[in-house]
Design a protein. Structure first.
Ligand code: NAD
Length: 373
């Protein structure tokens, strides 16, 4: 099997991300060396359980590892106190001990919730991520941010807790609905845009075949994305500086998610893609990057079928000023100042608080007006 490994270098908290097609079938062999006793707990969602849980059970059983599992409802609303409480109490009722291992099998929702449960159970147990959505494979399963949503906002409750191993099986992506695949692709493009122009060019050449299902191309796209995230996380684990670059497009995305009520009118990765296009538009208006960069970004997103413009979001959106006010509620506000990730070109992002409100208003007003055309 073609398997790539990206090492996340974090001293005593270092771990490998293994990327390949068919990795779930090898999960028993990969996980056995981490176990103090041959028993694991798995948290997943009901959709993923129906598609992939039995394969995991068989792979573990092949190595004599017993598995207990909990399937939570699929969807963002699961990332909340009630489901979190249920998960933690289930782990206790299953007598999961300090030396035991928890497996998160699913998308970013399950990875975030199960990772947070692992962070607090008996003051912290180890966990393995088996991400099954593209977004989770390229982003949420790596880097140790875990948590749930609060009524006051997304991801406001959580902890940094690194996994002990990540197994990204690109074969699992075959069952992912196309819309979720393209949403995850928004995060892939983000990596090229923020720090690797060669990767962006590679995506421009290969995205059609990659979206259509090419396994080798998917492995390469996940590897390059994870490589970039791992390097940034290794230099800035708790986001004191450089890690903020990973938020390219996210300030716009969070405002749009809030404006659409965190509903399925806009998935997170879709908001990231639109947000990246807007960040390049603002950068061009500020004279930071070439005038043609924003259209190149949009052209690429369009060519893959990803959401690109505000016009791709169905239903009403608020005025520009309301969107800007929603941005100000972002977690990246420091001492009242909103920090943006802007770009000096494709692959050259940087963090700044110098983005005048008038320019934001101009870009958003134009983008909203274009919806009607
Ligand atoms: P998700 O977990 O809700 O998965 C999306 C949908 O795809 C769900 O319905 C799920 O059941 C389904 N699914 C997953 N894998 C599947 C498969 N192989 N086949 C069929 N269906 C499958 O959402 P997501 O897009 O994976 O992740 C979004 C979440 O990740 C958000 O909560 C976001 O805040 C979080 N996130 C966290 C980080 C981090 O660093 N921790 C980074 C980015 C995003």
């Amino acid at each position: 099997m073609n398997c790539e490994t990206v090492h996340v270098a974090l001293g005593a908290r270092s771990y490998d991300v293994r990327i390949g097609a068919g990795l779930i079938e090898t999960a028993g062999q990969q996980i056995a060396p981490l176990l103090a006793r041959p028993r694991v707990a798995v948290i997943t969602d009901e959709t993923v359980a129906g598609l992939h849980l039995e394969r995991l059970r068989e792979a573990l059983a092949d190595q004599g590892i017993a598995m207990v599992s909990l399937a939570l409802p699929a969807g963002e609303s699961t990332k909340s106190w009630p489901h979190f409480t249920r998960a933690v109490e289930w782990l206790l009722s299953e007598k999961i001990e300090r030396q035991d291992l928890l497996i998160a099998l699913g998308g970013g929702v399950i990875g975030d919730l199960a990772g947070f449960a692992a962070a607090v159970l008996r003051r912290g147990i180890r966990f393995v991520q088996i991400p099954t959505s593209l977004l989770a494979q390229v982003d949420s399963s790596v880097g140790g941010k875990t948590g749930i949503n609060a009524p006051q906002g997304k991801n406001l409750i959580g902890a940094f807790h690194q996994p002990a191993l990540v197994l990204a099986d690109v074969a699992a992506l075959a069952t992912l609905p196309p819309r979720d695949f393209l949403a995850g692709y928004g995060e892939v493009v983000k990596y090229g845009l923020l720090g690797d122009a060669d990767f962006f060019e590679w995506l421009e050449r290969n995205a059609p075949a990659l979206v259509a299902g090419g396994s080798a191309l998917r492995i390469e796209a996940v590897r390059r994305s994870v490589r970039m995230k791992a390097d940034i996380v290794a230099r800035d684990e708790t986001e004191q500086g450089e890690r903020a670059l990973l938020n390219l497009g996210h300030t716009f995305c969070h405002a749009l998610e809030a404006a659409t009520g965190y509903s399925d009118r806009l998935l997170h990765g879709e908001g990231v893609a639109i947000g990246c296009a807007l960040a390049f538009e603002v950068s061009a208006r500020l004279g930071l990057c070439a005038q043609e960069d924003p259209s190149r970004v949009r052209q690429h997103l369009r060519a893959t079928g990803a959401k690109t413009d505000l016009g791709d979001i169905p239903g009403p959106l608020p005025q520009a000023d309301t969107l800007i006010d929603l941005m100000a509620q972002d977690k990246k506000v420091v001492a009242g100042t909103l920090r943006f990730v802007m770009a000096q070109g494709i692959g050259r992002a940087f963090v700044t608080s110098e983005v005048p409100r008038e320019v934001l208003r101009e870009v958003l007003t134009d983008a909203l007006a274009a919806r009607g055309r």
